[in-house]
Design a protein around this ligand. Structure first.
Ligand code: SF4
Length: 282
C-alpha cells in the first residue's frame, strides 16, 4: 500500500462501506424491484415494499430466505449506501414517515449504491497499487465521490455516474495490469480472458494465477482447490461456482456478493476483508 488513508471515514473506509441494515429503512427491500426467477419466487415492482417487510424495517423471513426462494436477497450488498442515505442524506426520517420523500430517497439510494460500490473497489486499488500515479488517481476519484456524497440528496441524484464509472473502470484495469504483471503472460492459459464463457468449466486444482477474468462467466464452474492468486475477478459471475479449497485470498476485486453467490467451505481461502457465507458448510 502506498497511500495513507486520509479519506473521510464517513463514506470510504471499508467499515463505512459495509451494510448496516439496523440503520437503514430497508431501501433494498423497497426501492428496487425483482422478477420471479431462480433468485426470487415472485415479482415485485420497484418503489414498493416487499410483502415480507415488517413495520420495523426488518425481514419477517430473514432466517429462511433461501428455503423460501429469496436467494437473491442473500447475495445483495448495498456497500453501506442504505444507512448513509437513510441516516445522513435523509436525516433519519423514513419513507413511511414522509411518503412524499420516497421517490427522492429511492432514487438517491440507487445512485449512492453505485458510488459506494466504486469506493469499495477504489479502496482495494489503493491497497494493491505500488505506483504513485495510480495512487494519485485513486485519491482524486475517491475525493470526487466523497465530495458528492458529502453534499445533499439532490447533488447525489444529479451526479453523472456514467462518466465517473468510465474513469474508475480505466483505473481499475491499470491497477489490475500492474498487479498481474508479476505473472508471465505465457503462463496464463489462453482460454482465461475477460468475459470468457467458463460456465460449468472444470478448473479443479488449476493454477490460474495472474489471469484476467474480469466479467467472466464462471457460473457453476468447478474451481475446487484452484489457485486464484492475483486473478482479476471484477464483475465475474460466480453463481454456484464451487470454491471448496480454492485460494482466493489475494484475488483482485472480489466482493461479498460474488462470494455469497458461490459455493465453498471452511477450506476456501478468502481475502481477510470478506466473511464466510452462512450457507457454506462447516
Ligand atoms: S424477502 Fe426479506 S430481505 Fe428480501 S426483499 Fe423481502 S423483506 Fe427484504
Amino acid at each position: 500500500m502506498t497511500s495513507t488513508d486520509s479519506s473521510d471515514a464517513r463514506t470510504d473506509t471499508r467499515s463505512a462501506l459495509r451494510a448496516d441494515c439496523a440503520n437503514c429503512f430497508a431501501l433494498c427491500c423497497t426501492a428496487f424491484g425483482f422478477q420471479r426467477s431462480a433468485d426470487f419466487p415472485l415479482d415485485k415492482p420497484a418503489g414498493t415494499p416487499c410483502s415480507n417487510l415488517t413495520e420495523a424495517f426488518s425481514c419477517s423471513i430473514h432466517d429462511a430466505l433461501r428455503p423460501r426462494g429469496f436467494r437473491g436477497c442473500t447475495v445483495f450488498d448495498c456497500f453501506g449506501a442504505g444507512q448513509y442515505v437513510s441516516r445522513t442524506l435523509f436525516g433519519g426520517t423514513s419513507w413511511r414517515e414522509r411518503p412524499d420523500t420516497s421517490a427522492a430517497m429511492f432514487g438517491t439510494f440507487a445512485v449512492a449504491r453505485q458510488l459506494h460500490e466504486m469506493l469499495w473497489y477504489l479502496v482495494e486499488a489503493a491497497e494493491r497499487t505500488t505506483a504513485s500515479e495510480h495512487d494519485e488517481q485513486v485519491k482524486q476519484l475517491r475525493g470526487d465521490i466523497r465530495q458528492t456524497l458529502d453534499g445533499d440528496a439532490s447533488s447525489v441524484l444529479a451526479f453523472d455516474v456514467e462518466r465517473l464509472r468510465a474513469d474508475v473502470r480505466h483505473l481499475l484495469i491499470e491497477v489490475s495490469e500492474e498487479v498481474r504483471g508479476g505473472y508471465a503472460s505465457q503462463d496464463v492459459p489462453r482460454d482465461l480472458h475477460p468475459s470468457a464463457d467458463l460456465v460449468g468449466r472444470d478448473l479443479r486444482s488449476r493454477r490460474l494465477c495472474g489471469a484476467d477474468l474480469r466479467g467472466a462467466y464462471l457460473i457453476a464452474a468447478d474451481l475446487r482447490h484452484a489457485d486464484l492468486t492475483s486473478v482479476d475477478l471484477l464483475g465475474a459471475d460466480l453463481r454456484d461456482a464451487r470454491l471448496d479449497g480454492a485460494d482466493l485470498s489475494s484475488a483482485l476485486f472480489l466482493t461479498q456478493m460474488q462470494v455469497d453467490a458461490a459455493q465453498g467451505d471452511r477450506s476456501t481461502a478468502l481475502p481477510n476483508f470478506l466473511r464466510r457465507p452462512q450457507h457454506w458448510p462447516g
